[in-house]
Write a protein that binds this ligand. Sequence first.
Ligand code: FMN
Length: 141
Amino acid sequence: MLTELVYCSVATRPMSVEDLDELLEKCRAKNARLNVTGILLHSSRTREFMQLLEGEQEHIDELMQTIQMDERHTSVDVMYQHEIKSRSFEAWSMAFRPMDDVAPELLKGYTTFNANSLPPALLDGRTSRARSIMTTLSKDL
Ligand SMILES: Cc1cc2nc3c(=O)[nH]c(=O)nc-3n(C[C@H](O)[C@H](O)[C@H](O)COP(=O)(O)O)c2cc1C
């Protein structure tokens, strides 16, 4: 079964261009092996990451466990995971966009506040917001 997962997190220290290049190189090699595709967003201003991963559920679950333990980031918060019929990032073992370049209108209403402290109404909003950001970006690569 194909699944799509989106999470957000915060880098534990500032990520240099070299750090990001190294991370992406590793991600792309391993994702290509696992037939995992997706996109990574990072803001050097707020240190936030947001990542969409798509692939066979067993691969995504396993990869997510590894990612969750990675000490380069913290506060890993899975916003949603659901079954998909087709991929949005078919051609990308891991696309990358600096989050600071993403149009502010698109990010408006998106929040990475700790999920436990958010009322359900805002959480719902956040999930659909995250989905629409990712869908828009997939058409823009
Ligand atoms: C924000 C972030 C996103 C990551 N995304 C991926 C990814 O898409 N694919 C991947 O293989 N590793 C990703 N990693 C790296 C993994 O945590 C891990 O270092 C890598 O999979 C190598 O694991 P291994 O040596 O145990 O196989 C990411 C790490 C961070 C901090």
